[in-house]
Design a protein. Structure first.
Length: 156
């Protein structure tokens, strides 16, 4: 195959792929690539991860920022073994390098609600079905207690 045809084929593939993802999704993927490069350079430095998470939270608008601050405190209090890090540009908490839980602000993908979710590294398996994410419009004390208990269970 000529170099010109290979370039055209590559451009078509990129264009087709780009059309399948929203601008927000493409931005999140680019952010994840930057995060992986930064992690490779500095390693899994807990203090750097904390700094990155707090910077992401500070960049959020309300009410996402208030929820993210509270969730950050809840996760730290419930499971000190988890290391804060960013994941696709969102606050996340990992154990052994694997993301256990994360906060997706509503503004990230222009959603009507924020999400607190768990990845498959979380030990929440119970029966044949269990919840892996929760929609959040506001965060009450009862919600914080529920999330704290789930985070604690997730790392056991």
């Amino acid at each position: 195959m000529s170099a010109k045809k290979a370039t055209q084929k590559s451009a078509k593939r990129t264009s087709a792929t780009s059309e399948k993802f929203t601008a927000e999704e493409r931005a999140a993927m680019k952010e994840r690539a930057r995060e992986l490069k930064a992690e490779a350079r500095r390693g899994a430095d807990r203090a750097e991860g904390e700094h990155d998470v707090l910077a992401k939270i500070a960049d959020m608008s309300e009410p996402d920022r208030a929820m993210a601050k509270r969730l950050h405190a809840v996760v730290k209090a419930s499971a000190s073994a988890l290391s804060p890090k960013t994941w696709y540009g969102m606050p996340a908490y990992a154990k052994g390098g694997k993301v256990v839980c994360f906060f997706k602000p509503a503004e990230k993908f222009n959603s009507r609600y924020a999400t607190f979710g768990f990845e498959d590294a979380a030990n929440l398996d119970e029966g044949g079905m269990w919840p892996t994410s929760f929609a959040l419009k506001k965060l009450t004390a009862a919600d914080e207690a529920t999330i704290g208990a789930l985070v604690k269970k997730a790392v056991t």
